[in-house]
Design a protein around this ligand. Structure first.
Ligand code: ADP
Length: 722
């Protein structure tokens, strides 16, 4: 019997050998189940060894092969690469690729009902409602039909018995409709056409080729990469395309754009999907039938059959970095995946990351520039408002300059967007009597006041409680006071200043789920909102034609903290936000309130001098040997007591291998010192560009024996320094 070497979706260091029973069809990459301990576990075959490999060994047998095409060699290579790069077990990466187990089996079927046209002998009000509902939509299950009609499902069954409804067996998760690459795209401007043609040529030629579409906000980057998708689908009838997007909120609007362009919605993949939707996308991708998949970062781990193009839209976005569990940066991994798949990859952004800019300038990426908005739309004028010279009244947050512009905008029948990246009412609650700052229990994190829900919330741990009547520290009554601005508080201020204006808040608290988000976006598009006050959720993806004024309430808020990318991130976020203004024929303005107008990020914003700003950032990073000119890794240790973590940290510091060009900083308390009751310490490892940092980290971790209560996580290329 041949021997199958199986990698399981378990954090085990290596694969195990199993005998392949007579007659079982198995190949490298097959998805299988085989016994590990008492249970059958899921895994893939990484190698098939000849019969001789099993001789004299009491091997257990493979239990089952799933009816899915085997995982491709490129995908398996990608998982091995990712495991090595992230200092994780290959099995952990494999479980990320197998997040929808239902997809391993063929789609189940379900019974649906459609109207036959015959009327039942006895008609009741409930029966009428069901027949009406059945006439209005595609075939529905008994439960769906009953729900649509607001009756019990017994009524549906009764109608089927009476011959008025017909039962049909249908696939629960049918294949996605095929996209049509031959539908016409937009009439491209000369500049867009040039970029599109470079991409089409790459699609025709095939092979690995990275591109950067470096285009100002609203310049038509999406229209241009649509051309690349169309050409890829035309060039190969089996080609698949993956589009990664940073936010689900964005997905709604973009899904409709895909549908308009290709005549069919793409297959979606993100954390908001139901199990059924998830297994459907997984299965259709694995069988090669889903031609366009659009998803969040984890879509990178879907088992494509023939991936020919990967697009990372808003490539600079921080949400491409996975921070928990296996930490990875989806943009960097996307380039690697494309390389292993021999596919093209397109990164798109108005404010590319320094990493990507450096790659473009060195010629590793082909840079396609889009410098103008098509048609009448113009980029907004950006003006800094120096809050030292024009301070808002005490307890208020809007300067007179901004308020005057907002009033003028309102009178002109146009819309204002106020941007403040702080949810809730106030980011800090203190007691006027004793000075206590309210924190999340067992941590150093401040609680944010939310007036909308009447609760105090920790945005780090998720802890929340009703706002107490008395101070939990000194017991003083009515002494708790919110300090600093959040979107709810700014909304309150605008309501007083502009009582006639229609005001709404747009943050993850007010817009949970697609429905609520769509509602706000639609009202904004329809001009039913005069002032929208939002967090970073508003920064991207929306085109609001009547939005002509953007006000940044606190441009300095992202600059605090010791994050090496604070300036870059602030610049990116604020230019995205400012870029919301002036999308149509009306010119837009952005007023940026700051206490530090001389900061290079602010100056660059006002002058529209992105490249000048990047040059300064680049010089600083090069000088300090920080990414992309050097490499960084973080190690976070956490444990139940400060003493235990400190002691462990000291021990492991001593075990750090010596390496040329390697500098070790720490242990130091992590910026979030206590999280969910666990004390945290952090090391930072900085190395020269040419050091194999994952190998160094793996060598270090291999030497460690940690107390069982202590957890260690390694983050290669850390982005947040929490
Ligand atoms: P970006 O992705 O660069 O922000 P989009 O592709 O979203 O830009 O384009 C911004 C807006 O301009 C969209 O509404 C898009 O449909 C429109 N647009 C872009 N290019 C063209 C064009 N050549 N003709 C007509 N409309 C265009």
């Amino acid at each position: 019997m041949p021997v199958a070497r199986i990698l399981f979706t378990l954090p085990l260091p290596e694969p195990f050998d199993y005998a392949v029973p007579e007659g079982m069809e198995i190949a490298e990459g097959s998805y299988v189940a085989a016994p590990v301990g008492k249970y059958d576990r899921l895994g893939i075959v990484v190698e098939i060894l000849p019969d001789a490999a099993g001789e004299g060994r009491a091997l257990k047998e493979v239990a089952e092969v799933y009816p899915v095409p085997p995982m491709t060699a490129a995908m398996r290579d990608f998982l091995s690469f990712s495991a090595r790069y992230t200092v994780s077990h290959p099995g952990q990466l494999l479980s990320m690729a197998l997040r929808a187990r239902g997809g391993l089996l063929p789609s189940p079927t379900e019974t649906v009902y459609e109207a036959t046209g015959a009327m039942p002998a006895r008609m009741t009000e409930a029966r009428e409602k069901v027949l009406e509902a059945a006439g209005q939509s595609d075939a529905l299950t008994a439960a769906e039909l009953a729900q649509a009609a607001g009756v019990s499902s017994g009524v549906v069954k009764g109608l089927a018995e009476a011959g008025a409804l017909r039962a049909l067996e249908m696939l629960s998760d049918p294949p996605f409709p095929k996209p049509d690459p031959d539908l016409p795209g937009a009439d491209l401007t000369a500049e867009q056409e040039e970029a599109a043609e470079a991409l089409r040529a790459a699609a025709r030629a095939g092979g690995f080729q990275p591109f950067l579409i470096d285009g100002v906000t609203g310049s038509g980057k999406t229209e241009v990469y649509f051309e690349a998708i169309a050409e890829t689908l035309k060039a190969d009838p089996e080609a698949q395309v993956l589009v990664l997007l940073p936010e689900i909120a964005l997905t709604q609007a973009i899904l409709s754009r895909f549908e308009a362009r290709f005549g069919a919605p793409p297959a979606p993949w993100h954390s908001g999907l139901s199990d059924k939707e998830r297994r459907r996308t997984w299965r259709e991708t694995a069988h090669g039938r889903a031609r366009i998949v659009i998803g969040a970062r984890s879509a990178l781990f879907l088992p494509f059959r023939k991936l020919k193009l990967v697009i990372v839209d808003e490539e600079h976005d921080g949400s491409f970095k996975q921070e928990e569990g296996v930490t990875y940066h989806a943009r960097d991994m996307a380039v690697m995946r494309a390389k292993l798949e021999d596919a093209a990859v397109i990164l798109a952004s108005a404010t590319p990351s320094l990493e990507t800019i450096v790659n473009a300038e060195s010629g590793r990426y082909v840079r396609l520039k889009l410098s103008a908005r098509p048609g009448a739309a113009r980029l907004p004028d950006v003006e800094l408002v120096d809050l030292r010279a024009d301070p808002p009244p005490k307890g208020m947050w809007l300067s007179s300059r901004l308020v005057n512009e907002m009033r003028a905008t309102f009178e002109a029948g146009e819309q204002t967007l106020l941007f403040l990246n702080r949810r809730g009412y106030a980011p800090l609650v203190i007691c006027k009597a004793c000075g206590e700052r309210l924190k999340s229990p067992g941590t150093e994190n401040w609680l944010t006041e939310h007036r909308y829900t009447g609760r105090l919330v920790c945005h780090v741990t998720g802890f929340s409680m009703p706002k107490p009547k008395t101070c939990p520290h000194c017991g003083a009554a009515d002494s708790l006071m919110g300090v600093g601005p959040g979107v709810e508080r700014v909304a309150e201020e605008v309501r007083v200043l502009m009582p006639e204006a229609r005001i709404e808040i747009f943050s993850s608290d007010t817009a949970q789920g697609g429905e609520a988000t769509r509602g706000i976006v639609e009202r904004m598009e329809a001009g039913e909102i005069d002032v929208l006050i939002g967090t970073q959720i508003v920064a991207k993806g929306h085109n609001f034609p009547k939005l002509t004024l953007v006000g940044v309430v606190d441009a300095d808020s992202g600059m605090k903290g010791g994050d090496l990318r604070a300036g870059e991130r602030t610049y990116q976020l604020l230019s995205q936000v400012a870029g919301r203004a002036g999308r149509a024929e009306r010119p837009g303005r952005a007023l940026v309130q700051t206490y530090a107008p001389e900061n290079p990020a602010m100056l660059a914003l006002a002058d529209g001098d992105r490249d000048g700003f990047l040059q300064i950032e680049r010089d600083v990073r090069a000088e300090l040997g920080l990414p992309p000119f050097g490499r960084l890794a973080a190690v976070i240790l956490s444990g139940p007591t400060a003493e235990l973590v400190d002691e462990t940290a000291r021990t492991i510091a001593e075990l750090a291998p010596n390496g040329e060009g390697v500098e070790l900083y720490g242990p130091a308390p992590a910026p979030i010192t206590v999280l969910r009751g666990r004390h945290r310490r952090r090391f930072l490892v900085k190395t020269a560009r040419n050091v194999d940092l994952p190998a160094y980290m793996a060598a270090w971790v291999a030497k460690l024996k940690l107390p069982s209560a202590v957890r260690l996580s390694v983050d290669i290329d850390p982005y947040s320094f929490l």
